[in-house]
Design a protein around this ligand. Structure first.
Ligand SMILES: Cc1cc2nc3c(=O)[nH]c(=O)nc-3n(C[C@H](O)[C@H](O)[C@H](O)COP(=O)(O)O)c2cc1C
Length: 345
């Protein structure tokens, strides 16, 4: 018999997939158009997608974002995703490991990722509110190359068993200072404002993941867990900043930490747009989960390879052979997005 915490992992998985099927997310990056230029003077063969960062220098600027582990079922999906990550050279984050701090039966459902992919770039994951000692423990559990610490106040608010105290800053600073690997502070889908980004910078964060709205929606998922189809917190379903809005917020912050993004990334054009707006790399969760659940390990490998091939062509089309070249690409914002960011300046 698995613990209630492990059961929650299965519920997140099945409800995320059910919501994805009900209406596949539309990325907020549709509010950003790239200006087409007809004479790029590039060769696809010359494109190098390597991320322009000393630590997160992934060969491909998208990665498998934190989702699974903690129950037997989600452990099997971690194994499938780790196989795909190894096969395609993608980085990968595991889902929150806090369950494995309480229940040692859950440890193997995370460790499997490192066992399958001994040389891959693997990220550990834990929630804010945990101690630096716990943070180091989850890193050591899987020999992680980096740690994601998720901040998820809106999810906790909707969860019936969620935390009701959100006093996180001191321990976040402690984690950033003391854990043995680079730390990413990550939202889970409600985005970040320039004020939050500035606070994280002041706490010493070097890397943040904006985790914007427009993809998997944990206000909806937690409500479905709680009350089947009843929209108990329906008024919170569009709470927070979208991924596009969050990327623009980050541009307003002086000396901002290095930006990663996630939330609603559905295709290689979304990856490109997020990079043009300032993300070094982009995490993909719901879309790859949907692919692995419906098409298995081979299906997700094919999909990742398709994205890798397409992204190289898109780089060439916009005149970029390296990430640094993307800063010359021009964009136009939708009236709504332009209005949003004008009010936030
Ligand atoms: C089934 C599922 C479980 C998730 N569990 C976690 C988690 O444990 N820790 C975390 O930081 N994010 C978690 N996430 C959030 C994702 O990492 C990501 O931030 C979010 O789903 C937005 O990306 P997407 O729109 O591509 O799905 C989970 C997402 C899904 C779909």
């Amino acid at each position: 018999m698995e613990s209630a915490h492990a059961h929650r992992k299965d519920e997140h998985l099945s409800l995320a997939e059910a919501e994805f099927r009900r209406h596949a997310p539309v990325s907020s990056l549709h509010q950003v158009r790239i200006i087409h230029q007809g004479l790029p003077e590039t060769k696809v063969a010359n494109v190098d997608l390597t991320v322009d960062d000393p630590i997160f220098n992934f060969k491909t600027p998208f990665y498998i974002e934190a989702m699974t582990g903690g129950s037997q079922k989600t452990g099997k999906i971690n194994a499938q995703l780790a196989t795909a990550a190894k096969e395609t050279g993608l980085a990968m984050a595991v889902g929150s490991q806090s369950v494995a701090l309480k229940d040692e039966n859950a440890i193997d459902t995370f460790k499997v990722v490192r066992e399958i992919n001994p040389d891959g770039f693997v990220m550990a994951n834990i929630g804010a509110g945990h101690t630096a000692a716990h943070a180091q423990e989850v890193v050591d559990m899987i020999g992680a190359n980096a740690l994601e610490v998720h901040i998820n106040v809106a999810q906790e608010v909707v969860m019936p068993e969620g935390d009701r105290e959100y006093i996180w800053q001191d321990e976040l600073a402690n984690i950033i200072q003391t854990v043995s690997v680079p730390v990413i502070i990550k939202e889970v889908g409600f985005g970040m404002a320039k004020e939050t980004i500035g606070q994280l910078r002041d706490l010493g964060a070097q890397y943040i993941n904006l985790g914007g709205r427009s993809g998997t929606n944990f206000a909806v998922i937690e409500d479905r867990r709680n009350r089947a189809m009843t929209a108990e917190h329906g008024y919170l379903y569009d709470w927070g900043q979208t991924t596009a809005e969050s990327l623009l917020e980050a541009q307003l912050v002086a000396d901002a930490p290095t930006i990663l993004a996630t939330g609603g990334i559905q295709d290689p054009l979304d990856v490109l747009k997020a990079q043009i707006l300032g993300a070094k790399a982009v995490g993909v969760a719901g879309h790859f989960l949907h692919t692995v659940l419906n098409e298995g390990t081979e299906g997700v490998i094919t999909e990742i390879q398709r994205w890798q091939n397409h992204l190289a062509k898109l780089y060439a089309m916009v005149g970029a052979e390296r990430q640094a070249d993307l800063q010359h690409v021009q964009t136009v914002l939708s009236p709504e997005l332009k209005n949003y960011i004008d009010q936030r300046r």
